[in-house]
Design a protein around this ligand. Structure first.
Ligand code: UD2
Ligand code: MN
Length: 563
């Protein structure tokens, strides 16, 4: 008897579970093809709700087909696509990776458009968006992009966005070799082309685009993207609800070898290490556990940088970009810190997907060199936004010390005017997972030929033969160069008076004390406020500050990192 009852309970339980699954499936499955109006393609606007009709039930295999026929001509205007694409052909024997760092043959083979697999979570398809969403100006900057990837970017936007939301597509041609790459595309309705008279880099190019945009929302894209089904509505919806949100899609991967479109993980957010190197990282486990709805936005400490939407007035209010940053790199940190610290937020929207060709190298040249440019840009971001935490940036990237980064006065004024929170707030509230490194700064000796700067007694300083005692340098000759300080343990190099000839001593460190602020100037060490340079005069005499004289031996200090 008891066994029969147990069996009955087991059967009922199984039936209940199956029933629940069936119910959930019924609820989420897409409408059948029979209800789709055949003339409108796969998007149908009705009753204030964007419905997506598909005739395929196996959701992961759904592809979003571009509309065909007349509809397409209306969207795309008079451009002869084949002529546009075929004008640039590889010669037999040419390396297909050479010019763009991706396989140009494969890209060309795909042509101007292609169907894409809808990589979103199936629940995204049943979300509703407002009928009266504001429109956007899409801004795409490029320097010598391949025609096939550029055209696919533009076409995918026109074909996979509700037309009323695309006010215009602004192409900023950053002084590419062939002006026709951009110009010919203006035959497509809504496409405008702005050509720079000289190479500006992506940061100033985007600002130029933003300044001539006329829609209330700005959407930035790289020039080798393909947007996926309903990519735009989730972003505009979030920005419409709160203009201080800066939103980006999940960035899917387009293979640089065969151009396959691959879904990216939906559990990632943007992060970085202290050298200001961007990386994707798992969302922290507590946040992951708390996520019951996979369509919900993901808060992110930083964005990758290339693909995001933002309210135009908010973009302008927050100071656009730092236009003293050149070519590529660092602007994503600067924007991310600024947005969080000055009252906004950053999020990744899982229901918006955009494919991007990730490359292993830059296919273009950097007039000042790649490394120096990255250092200049990230140094500007660190100097303006990272407060006392910038020392960890310098420890992680010692080569950044002493490299030129121009004046940041305007950006500091902006930070003050916007009344932004300190970086400590960002660390505590936005990115507590970023660990502060153990306080072990890099030590150097400061050489002048065979002599080394050393401390003597309480606050004395002098030059002496560089020594090695039992395999390591004596403490008196070890220095930590953490701008603006030149420190040894808790004491720092300081001037006594702000005039030439004034003696230099050691005193307790204080990064805000003007007498302790130094910066490298060529091979000299310059006192920032007086503009005078550290001078050893003679080996016997005291250390002083004197008028900077480039190439004078008593002012040349060669830092050499020691262990
Ligand atoms: C990522 C971002 C990129 C930017 C960069 C950091 C994504 C998908 N991409 O690098 O947008 O934030 O990190 O700076 O998040 N370009 C110019 N002028 C130049 C150099 C580049 O217009 O002098 C264009 C280029 O054609 C491309 C865009 O800027 O459309 C970004 O350059 P990228 O694709 O080489 O950068 P990526 O994806 O490695
Ligand atoms: Mn890119």
């Amino acid at each position: 008897m008891r066994r029969i009852r147990a069996n009955a309970i087991a059967i009922l339980t199984v039936a209940w579970i199956l029933g629940t699954f069936y119910y959930l499936w019924q609820d989420s499955k897409p409408a059948t093809a029979a209800s789709a109006p055949s003339s409108v393609g796969n998007h149908h606007q009705g009753g204030g709700r964007l419905e997506i009709h598909r005739d395929d039930r196996t959701i992961p295999l759904i592809v979003s087909q571009p509309p065909r026929g007349e509809h397409q001509d209306l969207l795309l205007g008079g451009l002869d696509e084949n002529k546009y694409l075929d004008a640039k052909q590889l010669k037999p024997g040419d390396d297909p990776y050479r010019e763009h760092a991706f396989n140009l043959i494969e890209s060309h083979r795909l042509g101007a458009q292609r169907p894409l697999r809808d990589t979103r979570h199936y629940r995204c398809a049943s979300l509703n968006y407002d009928v009266d969403l504001p429109s956007t100006s899409v801004i795409i900057t490029f320097h010598n992009e391949a025609r096939s990837t550029l055209l696919r970017t533009v076409k995918s936007v026109l074909m996979r966005s509700p037309p009323q939301l695309i006010h215009e597509i602004l192409l900023i041609d950053d002084f590419s070799a062939d002006a026709d790459d951009c110009q010919l595309l203006t035959q497509i309705p809504k496409v405008r082309c702005l050509r720079n008279g000289r190479r500006e880099g992506l940061i100033r190019s985007r600002v130029r685009g933003a300044n001539s945009a006329s829609a209330p929302i700005l959407t930035f894209l790289d020039s080798h993207c393909e947007v996926n089904t309903d990519w735009l509505q989730p972003m505009i919806q979030r920005v419409k609800e709160d203009h201080t949100r800066v939103v980006s899609p999940i960035i899917d991967v387009i293979s640089l070898d065969n151009f396959a479109y691959l879904a990216a993980s939906a559990d990632l957010r943007g992060g970085f290490d202290w050298s200001l190197h961007f990386k994707w990282e798992q969302i922290p486990i507590e946040q992951k556990m708390a996520r019951s709805d996979p369509t919900q936005p993901i808060r992110t400490p930083v964005i990758a940088g290339g693909i995001f939407a933002m309210d135009k007035s908010w973009f302008n209010h927050l100071g656009q970009y730092d236009t003293h940053m050149d070519i590529w790199g660092g602007e994503n940190f600067e924007l991310s810190f600024r947005v969080w610290m000055c009252g906004g937020s950053l999020e990744i929207l899982p229901c918006s997907r955009v494919g991007h060709v990730f490359r292993k190298r830059h296919p273009y040249d950097f007039p000042e060199g790649n490394a120096l440019t990255y250092i200049k840009n990230t140094r500007r971001a660190a100097e303006v936004w990272m407060d006392e935490y910038k020392q960890y940036y310098y420890s992680a990237r010692p080569s950044a010390q002493g490299k030129a980064f121009g004046s940041i006065a305007d950006r500091l004024t902006l930070r003050r005017k916007l009344n932004c929170k300190p970086f400590r707030w960002y660390m505590e509230n936005v990115y507590p997972e970023l660990r502060v490194p153990e306080q072990e700064a890099v030590s150097s000796i400061l050489r002048q030929g065979t002599l080394c700067l050393e401390t003597r007694g309480m606050d004395g300083l002098g030059l002496a033969e560089c020594k090695v005692v039992r395999g390591s340098r004596p403490q008196a000759q070890r220095w930590e160069l953490i701008e603006p300080l030149i420190r040894q343990r808790d004491l720092c190099l300081a001037i006594t008076l702000f005039t030439a000839g004034s003696k230099v001593t050691m005193e307790p460190c204080n990064a805000k004390e003007p007498r302790q602020k130094w910066k490298p100037k060529g091979s000299a060490l310059q006192h920032t406020v007086s503009g005078l340079c550290l001078d050893s005069q003679s080996t016997a005499g005291p250390l002083v500050i004197a008028q900077c004289r480039p190439l004078v031996a008593s002012q040349a200090w060669e830092p050499q990192i020691i262990t």
